[in-house]
Design a protein around this ligand. Structure first.
Ligand SMILES: NC(=O)c1ccc[n+]([C@@H]2O[C@H](COP(=O)([O-])OP(=O)(O)OC[C@H]3O[C@@H](n4cnc5c(N)ncnc54)[C@H](O)[C@@H]3O)[C@@H](O)[C@H]2O)c1
Length: 344
């Protein structure tokens, strides 16, 4: 049998459980060997469910174990940068959930540690691995729709998170739109130079009271001339709404929502169908598997990871620019927020 990659999982919450299940049940080339969580019960429960043989007392126990070759950082965002530095020092390859951090200084410190250690890092922008979005990217990259001119991303959640979550999330741009900022760069294959965010509170006044927004249209000016929009809402009553369209000189390509079934019900009153898949756990199931396979393969075959540390940093710059644009009611160039210095 081919070699299996020994992996330690740090964080056994919502996303840690998704990745643990992928490693255990979908990827024969992966061996989830240890798991840790500051809540030991959470780690024990996932270990039991996924047949992970060791529950570690903490992340340090995973990082000091020489048999562990790679780690998944699935803990809360405020722990990512520190754990990246520690994992890099321990010589472990790293998969880290998005966002890397809310602070560019801490991101740069973490990516510098990765660079120094020469380990691999992949950031958890799973939507790149969704078959629909990958097809749109392919059409742009292979010239099928000619020269891209416009990109539109619609990204609406079915319901807002609790206000307690909003308060520690870094705000909608860093928590939710971050995926769309990454999608914009991924689809067009060019950097964004300028952002204008028109945003407000149209869903829940409590979100506004917590200092955040829940509704936005964000305009993107790309370096290659493409113009883009991101349309965000924290609440679409019909479910998770995830669509993109790119218009090019030779045509357009668009993807719609995904449904649990394809049935169309026609009656004397209406023609209708069931609602789209409700949220990210259902809508992006296969993309979580594909991103994990890409990480494991990159380590086993010693190839570059498909979503780099630089890819993790850029959307944070874009989110900070969007926030500044919203607060100052003007277009913001990305260099106002950060120099384009990137490593890893
Ligand atoms: N890619 C995606 O679509 C996606 C989806 C959900 C969450 N996320 C990201 O994943 C991260 C976790 O989110 P979640 O929804 O799973 O949160 P969660 O609160 O459900 O889980 C986080 C877990 O980390 C544990 N933890 C905190 N500090 C720790 C530490 N120092 N060591 C070990 N365990 C620690 C907590 O006890 C908790 O069990 C966040 O950064 C979030 O942005 C990404």
């Amino acid at each position: 049998m081919n070699r299996r990659l020994n992996i330690g999982i740090i964080g056994a919450g919502r996303i840690g459980k998704v990745h643990a299940e992928t490693l255990a049940f979908r990827l024969p080339e992966a061996n989830p060997a240890m798991i840790a969580d500051v809540n030991p019960e959470a780690a024990r429960s996932v270990a039991e469910r996924c047949g992970i043989p060791r529950v570690a007392a903490d992340a340090a126990e995973i990082l000091s174990d020489p048999s562990i070759e790679a780690v998944l950082i699935c803990s809360s965002t405020d722990t990512h940068a520190k754990l990246i530095v520690e994992a890099a020092r321990a010589g472990k390859h790293i998969f880290c959930e998005k966002p890397v951090d809310h602070s560019l200084a801490r991101i740069d410190e973490a990516l510098a540690a990765v660079e120094r250690a020469g380990v691999k890092i992949q950031i958890g922008f799973n939507r790149r691995f969704d078959a629909n979005f990958a097809r749109v990217r392919a059409a742009v990259a292979n010239g099928e729709i000619g020269t891209p001119q416009l990109v539109h991303i619609i990204s609406r959640d079915p319901a807002p998170p609790p206000v307690s979550y909003v308060k520690m999330s870094g705000g909608m741009f860093l928590d939710m739109t971050i995926h769309d900022f990454d999608m914009a760069r991924f689809l067009i294959g060019s950097e964004v130079d300028e952002i204008y965010a028109a945003a407000g509170v149209r869903v829940d006044p409590e979100i506004g009271a917590a200092g955040d927004v829940d509704t936005a249209v964000i305009t993107l000016l790309f370096r290659n001339g493409v113009i883009g929009t991101i349309d965000n809402s924290r609440k679409a009553v019909y479910g998770y709404d995830q669509r993109v369209e790119v218009l090019g000189s030779a045509g357009s390509i668009a993807t719609g929502n995904c449904y649990a079934n394809q049935a169309i019900v026609s009656t004397a009153e209406s023609v209708h169908r069931d609602l789209p898949l409700n949220f990210f756990m259902d809508r992006y199931t296969e993309s979580f598997v594909a991103e994990m396979k890409a990480f494991v393969d990159a380590v086993l075959e010693d190839r570059p990871t498909p979503v780099t540390g630089a890819d993790g940093r850029c959307p944070v710059v874009m989110a900070l620019a969007a926030r500044k644009s919203y607060e100052e009611r003007r277009p913001v160039r990305l260099e106002e927020v950060a120099a384009p210095a990137v490593a890893a």
